[in-house]
Design a protein around this ligand. Structure first.
Ligand SMILES: Nc1c(NC[C@H](O)[C@H](O)[C@H](O)CO)[nH]c(=O)[nH]c1=O
Ligand SMILES: CC(=O)[C@@H](O)COP(=O)(O)O
Length: 189
């Protein structure tokens, strides 16, 4: 147990390194070759979401993913992401589902309802199925903030979250193959 590692004042680093080395660290691969990803995109603010999708597809392609294993599904807005995410997850066809959207604050409190519903709904979809549902929804005060994060000066959250989807898909595949995680649950098949 880590707590049992005795720390010696002059060799403190060495025992701890030995402690860490004694344990298997399980990390999901970023190779997309055998990963089936379902991408759901909110059409609202598609000036932004199209860029998020572009980043996601480029990342998947760059990591060895193929077109046949990646489905792109469009919904009206971020509020609609969770129901489709859960439905796609329950199909058993996907190793991960990536939800992309852009919620930009307007002049009412509608922003809070949409952003909150998308976040909690997507979280529940993953918890209810055991299929990784990745939150690729921008929640921004301004369109400029959103564009900065959709391929602008702050990178592309679509590409970043696509890598999260690949890693989580491979991690769960690996854990499940070695009996260290339960199979996905609540699937329709
Ligand atoms: N204002 C934004 C929306 N609003 C639309 C909702 O997502 C939903 O489609 C509507 O309430 C009907 O159910 N959606 C976004 O994705 N981003 C926004 O900024
Ligand atoms: C996030 C939204 O729903 C928002 O863009 C809508 O704008 P408004 O609050 O001005 O109606």
């Amino acid at each position: 147990m880590p707590g049992s590692c005795i720390r010696h004042s002059k060799q403190a680093a060495r025992p701890m390194l030995l402690c860490r080395a004694a344990y298997e660290h399980i990390v999901g691969s970023l190779v997309a070759a055998d990963v089936n990803v379902g991408i759901i995109v909110g059409r609202f603010n598609d000036l932004v979401t199209k860029l998020l999708l572009e980043g996601a597809l480029e990342a998947i392609h760059r990591h060895g993913g193929n077109r046949e294993a990646t489905d792109v599904v469009w919904v009206p807005g971020s509020f609609e992401l969770p129901v489709v995410a859960k439905a796609m997850a329950k199909s058993g066809k996907y190793d991960a589902v990536l939800a992309l959207g852009a919620v930009v604050r307007g002049s009412t409190t509608h922003y809070d309802a949409v952003a909150g519903a998308a976040a909690s709904g997507l979280l529940s979809a993953g918890a209810d199925t055991g299929v990784p549902i990745i939150f690729g929804v921008l929640t921004c005060e301004t369109m400029e903030q959103a564009l900065d994060r959709a391929g602008g000066k702050l990178g592309n959250k679509g590409g970043e979250t696509a890598l999260t989807a690949i890693e989580m898909a491979n991690l769960l595949k690996s854990l499940r193959a070695s009996g260290k995680a339960a199979a996905a649950w609540g699937l329709s098949k």
